[in-house]
Design a protein. Structure first.
Length: 136
């Protein structure tokens, strides 16, 4: 009798462990990254600017999450590759043809990575970088 209960307990443990590992996955079997907009998502929706893509898919990325300083409050900062280009309005000037991904970093992660002044978060737009031709 104890052996039967042990087998049932092991079976349920395996089933629940499998259910936990598959939770949060997409239909394709990969994990869903809620902080990323892919090139494929941009193409599927026919966006023309990075701002349109973010506004439509993750509009909460565009808003400050509260006041981090009354004297000099910060805003969400936008980077294209490694270059700071300004606030969220800068996304309106970024055409989608060269975008490979758009990633959001929350304030804590952004401050740790880029330093002071990034308390409201960062939107990092990664684009195709033209590789210079070999002169030879």
């Amino acid at each position: 009798m104890r052996l039967a209960y042990s087998k049932v307990a092991v079976f349920f443990a395996l089933v629940s462990s499998f259910a936990c590992t598959t939770a949060g996955r997409s239909a394709a079997g990969g994990r869903v990254d809620r902080e990323l907009i892919t090139h494929e998502q941009i193409e599927q929706n026919h966006f023309t600017t990075a701002y349109e893509a973010v506004e439509s898919l993750h509009s909460n990325w565009l808003r400050a999450k509260g006041t981090d300083s009354f004297a000099t409050p910060t805003e969400v900062v936008v980077y294209v590759n490694a270059n700071r280009v300004g606030g969220v309005d800068a996304l309106k000037n970024i055409a989608v043809q060269t975008i490979t991904s758009i990633r959001h970093f929350d304030g804590l992660t952004a401050s740790a990575r880029w330093g002071v002044g990034h308390g409201q978060g960062v939107i990092l737009v990664t684009t195709l970088v033209a590789v210079p031709a070999n002169p030879s």
